[in-house]
Structures are given as C-alpha cells and as structure tokens.
Ligand binder design. Sequence first.
Ligand code: NAG
Ligand code: ZN
Length: 381
Amino acid sequence: MRLLILLSIFLQIANTQRSRMMRRSTEILRDLDFSEIVYSVHIDNVGSLIARAEESNNRIKELREPSEFKSIVGTFPRYDEVVAWMNETSQLYPDLASTFSIGYTVLGRPMQILKLGLNGGNKWRVWMDAGVHAREWLAPTTAIYIADQLIQGYVNSDPEVLNYLSFLDFEILAVANPDGYEFCFTDDRLWRKNRRPITTDCTGVDLNRNFGFEWGGVGASANPCDNTYMGPYAESEREVLNIINHVLPESQKYIWYMAYHTWGELFFTRWDYTSDVPPDHVERLDLAQRTVNAINQVNGEIYLAGTAPELMYAFSGSSSDWSRGTANINYPYLVELRDSDGSYGFVAPPEEIIPCGAENWAGAKIILNDIIANYGGTTPP
Ligand SMILES: *[C@@H]1O[C@H](CO)[C@@H](O)[C@H](O)[C@H]1NC(C)=O
Ligand SMILES: [Zn+2]
C-alpha cells in the first residue's frame, strides 16, 4: 500500500516535470513570430479549429433566451456587444456600475471601462485589462466573467462580494485592443497587434511591448512586420497612452493591476523584462502561489506561479512591468490563461469560457482577500 502511494506520487512528479518541459518548448515558439510558422505548418488543424469554435459560438449566442438584458457571459462577444452590455449594466444597477471611455483607438473606437463599486468616496482601486493581444479571446471573457460575478454578488447581496465592492472600485477594461479584437472577427482570427498602419506592407504595434518602462529591450522587435513590434518609440500607441493617462495621474490609489492574457496557465509576478526580482518578490510570489492553488481547486487546472523569464521567456515594455516600475502599484500581476499545452492555444472553444472564468474568479478572490487583510480600514492618499 505504502509502496503504491509512493509510486503514484513519483509518477505525478514525473508527469508534472514532463508537462513543464513540453510547455517550455511549445511556449518558446508560441508568442513570438515563430507562431506564424507553427500555425502555417498546422494550417488545416487551425482552420478547422477556428471554424468549429465559431460555429459553436454562434450556436450559443442563438440559443440564449431573448430578453431585455442580453448577458454576454459564456460567449465570445463582438466589441459592440461588450460596450452595450456595459451600458445596460450601468443602467440596470446605477448604484453599482458606471461606464466611461478612456479615449479612442486608432480606428476611432472608444476604449470603454466598466466601473464597479459601492458608496463612492475616496476608495482604493483595482485595474483589470484584458485582450491587449487581440487574438487571446479567453482574456476578455474572463474579465467579463469576473465583472459578472461582482454584479451577481451585488444582486444576491453576497456579503463577501459586498465587502469587496464597498472597499474597492473596480475598473475593468475588458477589451484593451478593440481594433485588433474586431479584426480577428472580420479578417484574421490570429491577429495580435493593434491596427495602426506602419509601413505600406505592415500594420500594427504589439501594445504589450509599447509601455515606457524598460521599453525597447529583450523580447521586443524593431521590425514593423514582426508580431512583437515595439513601436517607433515608447508609448507611441494611442491605446497604450489612454491607459497610462488614466491610471498614472492617480496611480497611488491603485492597489492591484491585473493583466489577462492567453495561453500557458502561468501566473507571473515581476519582472517580465529581467530575471532580477523586486525587493517584495517573496510576498508577491507567495500570493501568486496561493492564487494558483485556489485556481487549481476549481477544475484541477495546474497554473504555475513565477516570473516570465523563468516560466516562459523575457519581454520588455509590458503593461504589467509598467504598473510596478512606473506606476508603483503594489500588486502587479499578469496571467496566461488556458490552455497549458497549446492544444487549442489562442483558438479556445467557447465551452472553455465558463470554467476558465470560474477558476480565475476563485484566484481573484484570494488576491482581494489579501488586499482587504492588508489595507482594510485605510483610505488612499
Ligand atoms: C454606450 O453608451 C455611450 C454613452 O452613453 C453611447 O455613446 C454609446 O452609443 C453606447 N453604445 C452602445 C453600443 O450601446
Ligand atoms: Zn498576450
């Protein structure tokens, strides 16, 4: 018996090690330009994956009850549907929700924020951005799922959620790259950058290489045709400037900056650009570890906690590094959501939306509880 248990523990460890190694090799290829090569090799697979996910998404949208209030939870919504949902939420629950735009994209779309919080006054803030990379569709849906959990908790008077909402204001930028996101629906499901024309042949800047902290270093390209093009200079992109101009003037009020990406099931503490770590690394890593443990409890998915250079690869000019390095926000995290091995990679089927949202809502609660334990009873400067 004891031998069997030991054997099974050994096998589990061996499996984890193996999947980590598999992960590393696929991921090194994953987000860089190589992904184009990988995808063209497997073009048939990806093509049918995209077609199946699209069909399933349309079916789910059609099956929803026609009602006054159109919930978008559980689908991959178009950008207009996201904005309409934010608008309707703020009309339905004026004490809880409001929306505003932090500015316009290159193609003139408003970058719409859903703000959730109770009681007003001088409150600490949480920032969430998702979909900075256009094709990472599980990121917006996860931010929307978390927003919806806050809304449902308010509607049902859940004491834990009411406590979060009374203490904090949540600012949720569910689609941080609306032009790129829409381009995925209309032209190219695997588009990553924004849609600013750069040269006659090449379009778009990688917004998560364009932030001004440690801009232009490792993991960023100076070639406008590359998928990781960092832009002509730091903070050259409107979408990036809109975020910075909103967060930075009152950055001392923000406790938690959360960036949602896919894929890999990795929860990153700082830094993305170097394997050096900030002075509070032990505390930040401990919270990340507790977060991935809570995520694991929901559906058994194994997210790893650590830094990007350690678990994936280093990259510079990210919003998450900026949030710590420039804006000095205490809880700066980036998560790579499902999946772990790239079976579907960026092209998640809609059946993944709810389980991915649910596990990351459980993770978010760990961070929120930690914030309340450390900041409860205080107000921001
Ligand atoms: C959302 O509300 C804004 C401000 O009232 C309005 O300008 C916009 O047209 C609305 N968008 C949608 C899609 O409902
Ligand atoms: Zn990303």
